[in-house]
Design a protein around this ligand. Sequence first.
Ligand SMILES: [Zn+2]
Length: 164
Amino acid sequence: MEEKEQSKKTQQDLLNELHPIFRWRVETILSTLSAMGWQPKIVFAKRTEAQQTEAIARGASHTKTSWHVPSTIGVSAASKGFVQVVRGNAVDIVDRRYAWGGPAANKGFQFWNDLGTAARANSCEWGGDWKPKKLKNGGYRDQRDVAHVQMKFTEEPPQSSFTV
Ligand SMILES: [Zn+2]
């Protein structure tokens, strides 16, 4: 199927890009926020590698290994001597009235806090919890990505790291 242009995707198209478990959690997060009077909207689900490169260029992301990009794969330690392949999904959610402007330009804006609370309550990670990165010059870079919600999942059995 031909990939729709990003700007033409409906909320349903974006939800359909997600892993079923993550999608179910994102729907719960959206309805929690709507019930609070917010007008949540998914802006990005999947990104192509080109879109991710563009997001880094405009400062919206700091990593090439983003869970927005379907080809991203991680490896994590499962139990002693075992590793597991990890995949993930991510969405960026904003209030449609503000997006990242007006009061939402402030990372302490209440919508972002409510999004973080709803994400954590649904076993997802919230980009607003990212720790600042220490720079070589001794300063820090604020890496908080307050619209970002992600989830990692492992569906393959753990592999012994000694049998490659
Ligand atoms: Zn994101």
